[in-house]
Design a protein around this ligand. Structure first.
Ligand code: AMP
Length: 546
């Protein structure tokens, strides 16, 4: 093969911020601080501080290319800087989800082999738990200034502002191979152990460019995007990279994600576009209804990570004039896979048809290929009717899980496609629509719950003969776990006693809202509990008056 005669110019995360600092003097990053103040600075200031951190990580802490450096933090300017500093020296930024239970965090930190952690001081107890479990963590950096250092900080914990103050300005950002690993993010697995998706510099840049190309209206220089979607999971849908590529300003909300706090932040900062999961937008909608207005500059938003109800999309668009883009994706994909950018102008023909189209997950970004297969593994037609397992491949899709050959083996086809575990249709115009989920997981408010893990915890109760946990539609959380239990002959037990046993073994969010006692559970031909059937039977359980 003859190669093209083009320079080898690596796509890297630091190249994004270095350019933004030069060419977008008006682009800003604003962060809500825990004490109510706001931190506001330019991309150029962000680069300067990221450079100081990069230098300190290298010189003072001895972080080397390929080392895993964890973060455990809300969306703040310091977390944003950490993204660029860690990846910019060739180390791997390993984002930890604070909503995981301590045991899961211990497992993840150990599995990843993290050598350092940068954490919000509010997570000091979690950090203590992780670091006292005999982990290999050598450095703990608390993302605060000297005044914010908590009295119970672990011995030897470093103050972030002190660390970067001790580092001089100017940094020679190394030129990295763009296939080098950059960000590691674990996502929940059905069997309980989370699995790691490791992106590269190239995949992050490609993902950002492809997202920009799919939804260009959000990425103008005059736009200001609020990233409610967390930096600790799914790379905040790539926003830390797509916004500085386009000079779009970025607003980071910190830890207060309730409707009122977000409304005030958006209103005062004149946010024009906001990205988050449906549960968050339900809270904002309630606040907007109460105040009878929208945040003043907000005119578009992205909702994804879970299926938004049509009524939510309609309320934002028809009642408040905010154009909604619906997106679907997965941690394993960088994460954005599809965006539904159908414009409300289509609603003039038939509102129902428009909302039906809009609740579909949408068309694949450039750089993403999708196919649906039947149970025999044969491709299904893209007719909007036939549904089958959705498989993907693309420029930002992982080709294996981090250090996990067994899970990798199950998750990929022999011809190299990734099995999403979603069941979908694709219509003739390429719109993908998720109709069910093959994986045994429940997504509640954007966070995963492994039904198997909860079932295992419940089975520890001596009175339970058989049980199953299903995800059931919920008006606020999209889905909540419901436990169906068959009791052993002659046993009687209160649901609270089962719930408190479960509470000892799983994260709080995973405790089923209710326990229903049944005489028996339906089974498939292979003897498994037929969850599809049960999901159908109980689909309106939390929606109806009981
Ligand atoms: P995560 O890796 O945590 O982002 O989860 C990815 C999974 O979330 C997908 O495989 C879907 O099951 C679900 N998901 C994400 N976005 C949507 C959406 N817009 N509609 C329905 N399910 C979604």
């Amino acid at each position: 093969m003859r190669h093209g005669q083009i320079m080898d110019w690596p796509l890297s995360t630091s190249s994004i911020l270095r350019r933004a600092a030069k060419v977008f003097p008006d682009g800003t990053v604003t962060a809500q601080l825990p004490d109510g103040r706001r931190h506001r600075y330019s991309y150029s200031d962000a680069l300067q501080r990221a450079a100081r951190l990069a230098k300190a990580l290298q010189r003072d802490l001895g972080i080397k290319p390929g080392d895993r450096v964890a973060t455990l933090a809300w969306n703040t300017h310091r977390h944003f800087e950490a993204y660029f500093a860690i990846t910019g020296i060739g180390a791997i930024c390993h984002t930890l989800n604070p909503r995981y239970a301590l045991e899961q965090l211990e497992y993840i930190v150990d599995h990843a082999g993290d050598v350092a952690i940068l954490a919000d001081s509010s997570f000091v107890k979690l950090v203590q738990g992780i670091s006292s479990a005999g982990s290999q963590l050598k450095h703990i950096i608390l993302l605060t200034d000297a005044d914010g250092m908590p009295p119970d900080a672990p011995d030897g914990a470093i103050c972030y502002e002190r660390l970067i103050a001790g580092s001089a300005d100017g940094f020679d950002w190394p030129e990295l191979d763009d296939q080098a690993a950059a960000i590691l993010c674990y996502t929940s697995g059905t069997t309980g152990d989370p699995k790691g998706a490791l992106s590269s510099h190239r995949s992050l840049v490609m993902h950002a460019l492809c997202t920009i190309a799919a939804a260009p209206a959000h990425f103008l220089e005059r736009e200001k995007i609020l990233a409610v979607v967390p930096l600790f999971h799914v790379n905040a849908w790539g926003l830390p990279f797509s916004t500085p590529i386009t000079g779009t300003s970025l607003v980071l909300p910190g830890s207060n994600l309730d409707g009122k706090s977000l409304f005030d932040l958006m209103d005062q900062e004149e946010v024009t576009s906001a990205w988050g999961v449906p549960t968050i937008w339900l809270g904002l909608l309630a606040e907007m209804r109460q105040r009878n207005r929208k945040p003043k500059a907000l005119h578009q938003m992205v909702v994804g990570g879970a299926a938004p109800p049509g009524s939510l999309i309609d309320a934002f668009e028809a009642d408040f004039g905010i154009e909604v883009t619906h997106g679907w994706g997965m941690t394993e994909m960088g994460p954005v896979g599809t965006l539904n950018t159908q414009s409300p102008s289509k609603a003039t023909e038939s509102k129902d048809a428009y909302l039906e189209l809009k609740t579909k997950q949408g068309r694949p970004l450039y750089g993403v290929e999708m196919r649906i297969l039947d149970e025999a593994g044969d491709p299904l037609p893209h007719d909007g009717k036939n549904s089958g397992e959705l498989q993907v491949r693309g420029a930002a899709v992982i080709k294996e899980y981090y250090k996990n050959a067994a899970i990798t083996e199950e998750a990929f086809t022999a011809d190299g496609w990734f099995k999403t575990g979603d069941i979908a249709t694709i219509d003739s115009a390429g719109n993908m629509n998720i109709v069910d989920r093959a994986k045994d997981m429940i997504k509640s408010g954007g966070e995963w719950i492994s039904s198997i893990e909860v079932e295992n915890a419940a089975m520890g109760h001596p009175a339970i003969a058989e049980c199953c946990v299903i995800g059931v539609s919920h008006p606020h959380w999209q889905e909540r776990p419901l436990l169906l239990a068959v009791l052993c002959e002659g046993q009687e037990v209160a649901s609270e006693s089962i719930k408190s046993l479960i509470a000892e073994r799983v994260a709080k969010i995973a405790i089923p809202d209710e326990v229903i006692f049944v005489d028996g559970l339906p089974h498939t031909a292979t003897g498994k509990v037929s969850k599809r059937h049960l999901r159908e039977t109980y689909k309106d359980y939390f929606l109806s008056d009981r």
